[in-house]
Unconditional design. Structure first.
Length: 362
């Protein structure tokens, strides 16, 4: 008589929990030392994404952070310059169920020490104020005036039709702040929505999936429906990531792009962090094949000089014939995804100074 062996397989929920646990283990234990500011940055990012997407995290998965949470007051006292990372980590750990009450006390200490006054930019001061307010601690940073300046910055759509990664990332992070990471309507005007469309178009032309993913999240946080082509591009980019484990893992990788691409998937209603992982050292590697059209387009237009036109319909065939085949495919994809591509191109072509000179000389 033969023995019947009953095979059991982990449930989808158990597989999901194991993946999240392995993900947190690698960020908490295997990439950086806990006293390294980059450890704080990376772990603040992953914990914040899990919190604002509503991911349920098992308590066992949070065990690697227990010692950090227990000593966070000592760390904040000695590293006050990193208070935003530390306070964010503490708040998200408590939101996920590790302890309670520390974040409120730390926020009050930050306010009492006047650390927000050391912030240089409006966005940094605004983010600091949001962190404190999350625990009911209010500080006077001139929030009304700051918000007005932030709205003025993001509503200048021309800024985001010209390659400027710093400005584009400021745009997405301002929308994150104004929307409280998707918790309220940020009250963006039509021009700001156009700014997001332009920033996303540039990101797609450059195959910058990190920036495109952040733009998708920002758009959904303000109630916009992103182009389906953008969602498809991020889904494809995420599926092409490779995960190196153990001795094959390296410190310098594409972890941030991996995190924000999965964040974008989650906000689109898709399953985030689909790669199965095992606890231990892990690094994340994007597909190096990126048929960017942006640099080629810019060079072609610059070389045209006086022959350059801001009329997309006049320039379309010439650009498509002159650019590489891969770049042309990306350009056509970007055009198909953006209803206002002609409006975008009119700004991207940068002929306004020449046109103004003609008016002045007439």
């Amino acid at each position: 008589m033969s023995n019947v062996i009953q095979l059991t397989f982990p449930s989808r929920r158990d597989q999901r929990a194991a993946t999240i646990a392995a993900l947190l283990d690698t960020f908490a234990n295997h990439r950086r030392d806990m006293d390294d500011v980059f450890w704080m940055k990376e772990n603040a990012e992953i914990l914040n994404i899990l919190e604002c997407t509503g991911e349920v995290v098992d308590q066992d998965a949070l065990a690697p952070y227990r010692a950090f949470y227990d000593t966070i007051e000592t760390r904040l006292e000695f590293f006050p310059q990193y208070y935003r990372f530390l306070l964010s980590i503490c708040q998200d750990l408590e939101a996920h169920g590790i302890g309670s009450g520390k974040a409120r006390a730390l926020a009050q200490w930050v306010a009492d020490q006047g650390l927000v006054d050391a912030e240089l930019s409006d966005l940094q001061r605004a983010e600091a104020q949001r962190l404190l307010a999350r625990n009911g601690v209010m500080v006077d940073v001139g929030q009304e005036a700051i918000n007005a300046r932030l709205h003025r910055f993001v509503s200048r759509a021309d800024t985001f039709a010209i390659p400027n990664k710093k400005a584009a990332y400021e745009l997405t992070h301002i929308v994150f702040y104004l929307s409280e990471y998707g918790r309220r309507d940020p009250g963006l005007n039509t021009q700001t929505r156009k700014s997001l469309e332009f920033a996303g178009t540039l990101a797609l032309l450059d195959c910058n999936w990190d920036l495109l993913a952040e733009t998708l999240v920002a758009m959904r946080y303000c109630g916009m429906t992103p182009p389906a082509e953008w969602d498809a591009a991020i889904a494809q980019a995420t599926s092409h990531f490779t995960v190196a484990e153990g001795d094959d893992a390296v410190r310098q990788d594409d972890y941030h792009e991996y995190l924000v691409c999965n964040w974008a998937l989650s906000t689109a209603g898709e399953t985030a962090f689909p790669h199965r992982m095992t606890p231990g050292p892990v690094s994340f590697h994007a597909d190096p094949a990126r048929p960017s059209a942006l640099r080629e387009m810019s060079q072609i237009l610059f070389d045209l000089d006086a022959r350059r036109s801001d009329d997309w319909h006049l320039m379309r065939d010439y650009l498509c014939d002159t650019i590489s085949a891969a770049g042309s495919d990306t350009l056509m994809q970007a055009e198909a995804a953006c209803d206002g591509f002609g409006d975008f191109f009119a700004r991207f072509a940068r002929t306004n100074l020449r046109n103004n000179a003609k008016v002045l000389s007439a």
